[in-house]
Design a protein around this ligand. Structure first.
Ligand code: MIG
Length: 594
């Protein structure tokens, strides 16, 4: 779904990066024959640019790469919470009911995501009046409960002479045309549809303003799907054996590049990214000074500027649970910090055990969403009864407790490009074993996550990088630079905290709106520890004008100190405490530099 032509070669901690900037088809051969030859094949008649980075540390390479291609600004705080999705919650009653289940069962959540069936005949920028008679009131009522609504928007615009978006689009000439100048049409959910040329700025502007429809309904975020674009009649637009781009007639349609019209395959990998660009710009124009939330399936290098991503259609298999770790690590190393995979798995049936194992990992995905297809059995946290529900609840509560830490990681990403999910070698570059590990990761510098990834297992071996590591849930510590067998009963949080860290944790809340009144506890690990705490309003861009607070926290000889790095945001009241060696003590954070 995503094409980010960046390669990072790690040679014992010295890394080199190569970024071949072209949105056309690329094939990279990485010495697959073990003949010592790597090759790059690019199917394009346009130009390209090759950037090389390093040699340097991986952190420096990603830092430079994200200066070039951009970074993710702070997401709206609610988007860091738990999202519940399903293809599809078909009507108002079901949607309200799902929200009610979360609140009455006290399972924290922030967002309900509506898949394609909210629309009228899959026409984007509409909703179905029969099944959603009062969409706006539904959204308003959910907002009262601190639930945000996210709606899916696909690129295909139904060919329908009675549909305003289509007729307007034709009038404004926004849709892609074939080389012979005919409107390009293919089948997607609404049937025969036309496809906007999102690489044109005027088309993005046209698409952007259409989002007034959702903003007027009170919708908080937009989910862009099918934007490769996926086409039912052209499922595989370019064969694997193609060595040269076909002529324009056979490139489906033409698109507007800066130098003029080019065949679609020349710029195919920009399609989804530029769609999410349009969506992102639309939300900002319509709600200035509110951080937008856009989720996209397709993207190219730089997509992180516009949207979060998820990995697309996985299957409710342990193999796909396991694969999500290296895949999301790679997203992060490719600049896309805000990423996740469908928790529980999309296709096929999830089981109680798999759901628990998936949540145990998924609460550490930067983007945390339970999603499942039309055909699978339901997988909301409560469907397997009270015991499984209680375990899911605790895991999701842990996600919410971690949000202050997660926010500080997004802040770090914005300043340095560092991803949230990091390979062990990010912080331990000279550790040969760390470099081999892809069934564990670091969540920021201070938290090591090592989930169970197989059915029926309650123990696994965990490699701990050098230093001392404390079990997140309490109950022991582990000397690093070694592998230990560790037991993880179902529902256990599979995480460890680095000795020397201070992790800010919120109290358990039911949604992120409650975080502003929550007490923050700075949990100190070890004799001498350091951490950071960041806060702002969680909604606006005012932090760009300095309206945020940041402290460096230290624990030295049992003395806790918070020193102001920046203080520009007035929060009515914030209760804080630190926890050191089992002793809990309230503190107030200074607002002046000392
Ligand atoms: O052809 O909108 O990846 O998350 O639920 C399937 C229906 C289209 C694919 C997305 C998936 C979504 C589904 N979509």
């Amino acid at each position: 779904y995503k094409a980010i032509p960046l390669l990072i070669v790690n040679d014992s901690g010295q890394c080199t990066g190569l970024f071949l900037d072209s949105p056309a088809c690329q094939r990279w051969g990485l010495d697959q024959d073990l003949s010592g030859v790597a090759s790059i094949e690019l199917l394009s008649r346009r130009g390209w640019q090759l950037y090389s980075f390093g040699p340097a540390t991986v952190a420096k390479i990603v830092e430079a790469y994200t200066v070039l291609t951009g970074r993710t600004k702070l997401p709206p705080l609610w988007a860091l919470g738990h999202h519940q999705c399903r293809w599809s919650y078909p009507d108002e009653k079901t949607v309200r009911n799902i929200a009610h289940e979360f609140r009455s069962r006290k399972i924290p959540s922030d967002a309900i995501v509506l898949d394609i069936d909210y629309m009228d005949g899959y026409r984007v920028f509409t909703c179905c009046r029969e099944r959603f008679p009062d969409f706006k009131s539904m959204v308003a009522d959910l907002a009262q409960e601190n639930f945000q609504v996210v709606t899916i928007v696909d690129p295909g615009v139904k060919k329908d002479p009675k549909y305003r978006v289509f007729t307007n689009g034709v009038k404004e000439d926004v849709f892609c045309k074939t080389a012979s100048g005919k409107l390009f049409l293919d089948k997607v959910w609404p049937g025969t549809a036309a496809f906007p040329d999102f690489v044109r700025e005027d088309v993005r502007q046209w698409w952007a303003q259409e989002h007034k429809f959702y903003v007027d309904l009170g919708v908080s975020g937009i989910w862009n799907d099918m934007n490769e674009p996926a086409l039912f009649n052209n499922q595989k637009p370019l064969g694997d054996d193609v060595r040269e781009l076909p002529n324009e007639q056979n490139q489906l349609f033409m698109q507007q590049a800066p130098e003029g019209l080019v065949g679609h395959f020349e710029v195919r990998n920009l399609y989804g990214m530029e769609m999410s660009h349009a969506t992102h710009d639309g939300l900002i124009e319509l709600r200035p000074n509110q951080r937008p939330f856009v989720l996209t399936r397709s993207g190219y290098a730089g997509v992180q500027r516009y949207a979060a991503v998820w990995l697309g259609d996985n299957i409710s298999w342990y193999e796909h649970l396991a694969k999500s770790i290296p895949m999301l690590i790679n997203m992060g190393l490719s600049g896309v910090a805000f990423c996740g995979a469908d928790i529980g798995g999309f296709w096929q049936d999830c089981s109680a055990e798999l759901l628990l194992r998936w949540y145990a990992l998924g609460i550490f995905y930067p983007f945390c969403r339970n999603h499942c297809s039309l055909y699978g059995r339901p997988q909301e946290p409560w469907v397997w009864g009270a015991d499984i529900e209680a375990k899911c609840r605790k895991l999701i509560e842990t996600r919410y407790r971690l949000i202050p830490y997660i926010q500080s990681l997004f802040w770090e990403h914005l300043r340095t490009g560092a991803p949230l999910m990091r390979p062990l070698s990010w912080h331990y570059p000279n550790d040969a074993i760390a470099t081999e590990i892809e069934d564990e990761f670091l969540f920021g510098k201070d938290i090591l996550v090592a989930p169970i990834l197989q059915r029926g297992k309650t123990m696994r071996s965990v490699y701990f990088p050098p230093g001392l590591w404390h079990s997140f849930e309490g109950g022991g510590h582990f000397q690093g630079g070694a592998t230990h067998w560790v037991s993880f009963p179902l529902g256990h949080v599979p995480a460890f905290v680095r000795d020397g860290a201070i992790v800010p944790l919120a109290d358990v809340v039911q949604n992120t709106a409650e975080l502003h009144n929550s007490q923050i506890t700075f949990v100190c690990y070890g004799e001498s520890a350091q951490g950071v705490y960041f806060e702002d309003d969680g909604i606006s861009f005012n932090y760009e004008q300095g309206q945020y607070n940041e402290w460096i926290l230290t624990m030295e000889n049992d003395k806790f100190t918070a020193s102001v790095v920046h203080h520009g945001y007035e929060l009515p009241s914030r209760k804080c405490a630190f926890l050191n060696k089992g002793k809990w003590c309230s503190v107030s954070l200074p607002d002046q530099r000392t």
